[in-house]
Design a protein around this ligand. Structure first.
Ligand code: TXA
Ligand code: MG
Length: 338
């Protein structure tokens, strides 16, 4: 059963941007595009506005938010920057890299779930940056999806998930990257560690820092505080059961029931058309295309009436392969005991 959404989608006209920035400055919440996924934004200094973000998402309070900024100065108002953070900011900001650093006193506890650290990033999307600029607020923004579901990469995805719970969605088309930012723990700059894989690679950060960066592990490292949602086993999950296959061989298709779908990373070369075969990237396309399509394709499959989705893992160990496979593995994780 579908009810009519109360959220309105705003085109990115100067007038609408001014209006939505004003909503944010007055403590409202607005879904807006970033280059990774859409975020649900609120003034990061306003505890009540941030509480509304948690409520709209159904997100548990022990799951801290990322604060988005528009300048290095503003980052310094949110987090205590160290030299490593400055070097990485210079190399990768604006862009899909989130740094976890000691927090400044002005950040309300609700944003960081009571942690002494805060996650901060400068997004590359000009519309999101304009909202920060025009509102004058650092913007706390988790992905704009109901907690645990697939992250949104279009305004329509946001409306599908949160349309009954929020009023304002800024339309910036389809998010370019399609998977969330790389998160790097830099609380101790001599021991940087990846908390969530994204499109910025460990190797690229090691080059800038001139030191080893601990690779991402599914288990939270001992020095990390409360387990973060990025660390939740089950996340990004379609309702349809999803299983993973290392590499899908075309022969696999013969064993499929009619109501089961398969998701290849690259378009397979098949002798005949099969209606239950899907892929993330066309022949010859890079993994960038696969990352860009990942969440949209999972949503399409989830509403396609399939009883089971079999998805292939991305090949290799590039940053995007690790990010795609991390999201797929969480999407496939079994629901824990209720
Ligand atoms: O690309 C992105 O990062 C998107 C866009 C909207 O910027 N945002 C995003 O937010 O993915 P969210 O809330 O879905 O994921 C934020 C992650 C969570 O896994 C959270 O645990 C982690 O950031 N995080 C936030 N603060 C943290 C902290 N102080 N220490 C460790 N992890 C933290
Ligand atoms: Mg999220």
């Amino acid at each position: 059963m579908s009810t009519s959404p109360t959220a309105r989608i705003y085109r990115p006209t100067p007038r609408n941007l001014a209006f939505l920035a004003n909503v944010l400055a007055r403590g409202g919440i607005v879904a807006a595009p970033t280059e990774t996924v859409y975020g649900l934004a609120a003034d990061a200094r306003n505890a009540k506005a941030c509480r509304d973000v948690f409520r709209a998402k159904g997100r548990p309070a022990n799951d801290p938010l990322i604060v988005h900024v528009n300048s290095l100065d503003q980052a310094g108002e949110v987090a205590a920057l160290n030299d490593a953070a400055r070097s990485l900011a210079k190399a990768f900001w604006p862009g899909p890299l989130t740094l976890v650093l000691p927090k400044q006193p002005g950040v309300p506890a609700i944003v960081t779930s009571g942690l002494e650290s805060v996650a901060v990033r400068m997004p590359a999307h000009t519309l999101f940056r304009e909202l920060i600029e025009r509102s004058g607020c650092p913007l706390a923004a988790p992905s704009a999806n109901p907690f645990g579901y697939i992250s949104p990469t279009t305004a329509a995805h946001v409306r599908d998930g949160l349309g009954q719970r929020i009023k304002y969605i800024l339309d910036g088309g389809s998010a370019q990257i399609g998977v969330e930012s790389t998160i790097l723990d830099l609380r101790n700059p001599s021991k940087p560690a990846i908390l969530r894989p994204g499109s910025i690679s460990r190797e690229a950060m090691e080059m800038v820092l001139e030191r080893k960066v601990a690779a991402y592990t599914r288990k939270a490292p001992a020095h990390t505080a409360a387990p973060a949602p990025g660390m939740l086993e089950r996340h990004y999950s379609p309702r349809t059961p999803l299983t993973l296959v290392d590499k899908l061989a075309p022969a696999f298709l013969h064993k499929l029931a009619n109501n089961e779908a398969v998701l290849f990373v690259h378009q397979p070369r098949l002798s005949q058309q099969t209606p239950n075969v899907f892929w993330l990237a066309n022949h010859g396309e890079e993994l960038m295309a696969a990352a860009h399509n990942l969440f949209n394709q999972l949503r399409m499959l989830d509403s396609g009436g399939w009883t089971q989705i079999h998805a292939e893992l991305a090949p290799g160990s590039s940053a995007l392969a690790l990010a795609i496979n991390d999201r797929l593995s969480r999407a496939a994780a079994k629901r824990g005991p209720a």
